[in-house]
Design a protein around this ligand. Sequence first.
Ligand code: ATP
Ligand code: LTN
Length: 329
Amino acid sequence: MRVFSGIQPTGAKHIGNYIGAMRQYVATQDANEGGAYFCIVDLHSITVEYDPRDLHDRSLDLAALLFAVGLDADRCVLFCQSHVAAHSEAAWLLSAVTGFGQLGRMTQFKEKGEGKEFVSAGLFTYPVLMAGDILLYQTDIVPIGDDQRQHLELARDVAERFNSRYGETFKVPRAVYPEVGARIMDLQEPTKKMSTTNGTPQGTVLVLDDPDTIRKKFKTAVTDSGREIRFVPEEKPGVSNLIEILSVASGRPIAEVEEDYDGRGYGDLKTDVGEAVVELFRPVRERYAELRSDEDELRRLLRIGAEKAQTTSAPTLHHMYERMGFVAR
Ligand code: ATP
Ligand code: LTN
């Protein structure tokens, strides 16, 4: 099985990104013979307003963070999307088999564009670039969080349409969502997903937050009316979110966490989740500081990743041009 996933170098990564995505990347890098490819999708991050001076640093921040959580350059391929030209090329070619109507129905496009004075064409075609990312690698499985469901469906449609119009070229990929934590909610507004771009700062726990900040964010988390600690997301979104986070951070099933807190108060739960998350991220913070201080080494590792990604994606890109009828060089 071949694994592929992408992650944006914008903003600081939060516990939702960790639980929904990064943790899965680490788990899949050994379990898959076909190799695991993880892409820092810098080309995607120019689709909303951004500062060019930041992009460079954020990309290196994210590389260091991904290595710090456990990706290993010898066991997976980590690279920047902009280093492999095939991604931009594939996006253009695939736009021929992507429906304008389907792109207009993407909720991320509607949400990120809403109320903005300037909405880029790139924000609209974002899912085409994403489909290319995945399809170029003949990917079997894509570990992602729940919010990417619609984009993955589009990538599958694009693959099928291309295959039927131009002949069998792509594998049709399948998404893999974590069993627990596919949609971590904002601690202050637990009916909204945790997000660096659309969430509340106090309700968003960053992987690199210092221990006291993490404790404080959990202490002030919004809970629900009633007193019972039970996992019922529709009825008790705040408490259920905390249970889910504690389950992942402590490695215990949800039912066991519920049992442990039977008859206890919300205060205990908040303190314990905070502490468990502090311990979960403590080694990550330490490794991050070390890795981030050596930019030359990070660049070297990303270069190696880009070379491997380029080699893997080249034959598929070549087939795309050929089957679409372009004159060979
Ligand atoms: P944000 O909403 O913070 O801007 P994002 O979803 O736009 O983040 P990425 O950082 O690229 O962008 O997301 C990386 C991965 O994290 C994706 O697989 C996404 O599904 C997952 N993810 C994002 N938010 C959550 C969340 N609240 N819970 C679980 N997984 C999430
Ligand atoms: N849209 C994704 C990031 C992304 C991605 C991908 C995820 C870009 N290309 C390919 C999986 C596979 C997001 O998380 N916002």
